[in-house]
Ligand binder design. Structure first.
Ligand code: ADP
Ligand code: MG
Length: 252
């Protein structure tokens, strides 16, 4: 086994009487793409929010690169090299695409409140060049001066991915990156995620589009009603009767 980048140990999360996650164990190896699949309401987004510190688990531990993440604040976790793309893109609609991609670089390297002007200026051209390169990677090079708010939904999601990439995360968490996309946009996003894979970044991808999972994932874990019910390679998981039942039994 390769080194573990992310390790979830007996995670539990309740919302009132609802057990959103019970005893979830997960191991994500360095450099792999690990998909978490499962029907709607299974607890996938809750799991991701526990990993990035948006939600505090009621029990259990999250370890990243050997360091405890449980109890840390979202910005501390981000500083450690964990980035995420949400189901709803979080972009700055009135700013240009280029500005959107450049902005996270400043807040990461200098901190939101102690950033000073000369540091910002001395790094600006370097960050700009990197942002332009990333916009090319995500296929938005033609629109760099355009306002982000004018983009299509699929393009907004690719822009948000670009905003993550400039942080050069070690671990990238994606919550349904192709949700609401056309087949064409989905395929473009798959190609982009494959390109990132070749750079060795570890990814956890929450997805219920099987086409995406089978195109990308090295390992798959299946979550149903807050529990991991199966895991393995995409082929192993596809043949697992428990998985078929979870998908056929629950709407997704
Ligand atoms: P998924 O992403 O797999 O569709 P979620 O993690 O969003 O599932 O939700 C898991 C369960 O927890 C659902 O029953 C959902 O209604 C519930 N849930 C999620 N977030 C909250 C919350 N903040 N408060 C109360 N219940 C929640
Ligand atoms: Mg979700």
């Amino acid at each position: 086994m390769n080194d573990l980048v992310l390790h979830l140990d007996n995670i539990q999360k309740n919302f009132g009487g609802l057990k959103a996650l019970s005893d979830v164990n997960l191991q994500v190896e360095e450099g792999t793409t690990h998909a978490i699949i499962g029907p709607n309401g299974a607890g996938k987004s809750t799991l991701l929010n526990v990993c990035i510190g948006r939600l505090k688990p009621d029990a259990g531990h999250v370890t990243f690169d050997g360091q405890e993440l449980t109890g840390r604040k979202p910005h501390e976790i981000a500083q450690m090299g964990v980035a995420r793309v949400f189901q709803t893109p979080e972009i700055f609609p009135e700013m240009s695409l280029l500005e959107n991609v450049m902005l996270p670089a400043f807040s990461k390297r200098d901190g939101a409140f102690n950033m000073n002007a000369h540091k910002l200026l001395s790094r600006q051209s370097e960050i700009r060049a990197e942002a332009e390169h990333i916009l090319e990677d995500v296929g938005l090079q033609e629109q760099i001066t355009q306002e982000a708010g004018s983009l299509s939904r699929g393009d907004k999601r690719r822009l948000e991915l670009g905003m993550c990439l400039i942080l050069r995360p070690r671990l990238l968490l994606l919550d349904e990156p192709t949700a609401g996309m056309s087949r064409h946009d989905t395929n473009r996003t798959i190609d982009l995620l494959k390109k990132i894979k070749s750079r060795g970044m570890t990814k956890v991808i929450i997805e219920h589009d099987m086409h995406v999972v089978f195109s990308l994932a090295d390992k798959v874990s299946v979550l149903a009603r807050g529990q991991i019910i199966a895991g393995g390679t995409p082929e192993e998981v596809r043949e697992d009767p428990k998985v078929k039942e979870a998908y056929l039994g629950g709407a997704h």
